[in-house]
Write a protein that binds this ligand. Structure first.
Ligand SMILES: [Zn+2]
Ligand SMILES: [Zn+2]
Length: 165
């Protein structure tokens, strides 16, 4: 979905839409609710994206779904402002400023970037996921194994002799 900058009305633009993005983790369309305002050449985009992510737990390898709600607060400037003006480069490093080219702003790129940033690097099916036993491969959320008795913390190993079984 592309926005023509010159067609953004003075009173702003409300967008409710869906956007498909190319990702193994995001297989259903991302829901878009954005407000677009223009002040001079500056374009401000605020709102929320909602994406259903298919993730795999980094501890136990279980597939699970996660509903991501992603707040958007982005400011766009025309890319022409960058050329030959060092002040703007400094400014763009300091603030979260993106750039548009010509009269066109591609919402698809914004959505794709924001969703990719929001995807967890190490997804967890649950904060208390116990993971998989590194020795026998048992899923410790659903089962137990005897390996855990072998992997006693070495600092506790010392105590063992005081408590004979
Ligand atoms: Zn897990
Ligand atoms: Zn085990």
């Amino acid at each position: 979905m592309k926005i023509l900058i010159s067609e953004i009305p003075d009173e702003g633009l409300d967008i409710e839409n869906e956007e498909n993005i190319e990702s193994d983790s995001i297989r259903s369309p991302v829901q878009i609710e954005l407000r677009i305002d223009k002040v001079g050449t500056e374009v401000m985009i605020r709102g929320n994206l909602t994406a259903k992510a298919d993730l795999q737990c980094s501890r136990c390898a279980t597939d699970f779904h996660s509903l991501l709600t992603i707040p958007v607060d982005a400011v766009y400037h025309p890319v022409e402002e960058l050329k030959g003006d060092e002040n703007h480069e400094v400014e763009s490093d300091a603030l979260n400023i993106d750039f548009y080219t010509g009269d066109e702003l591609d919402i698809h790129i914004l959505v794709h970037e924001q969703v990719m940033l929001a995807l967890p690097m190490k997804p967890l099916c649950s904060d208390i996921c116990k993971g998989i036993c590194p020795e026998c491969g048992t899923d410790l959320n659903t089962g137990t194994c005897t390996c855990s008795t072998h992997t006693v913390d070495p600092r506790l190993e010392v105590l063992k002799k005081y408590f004979p079984e």
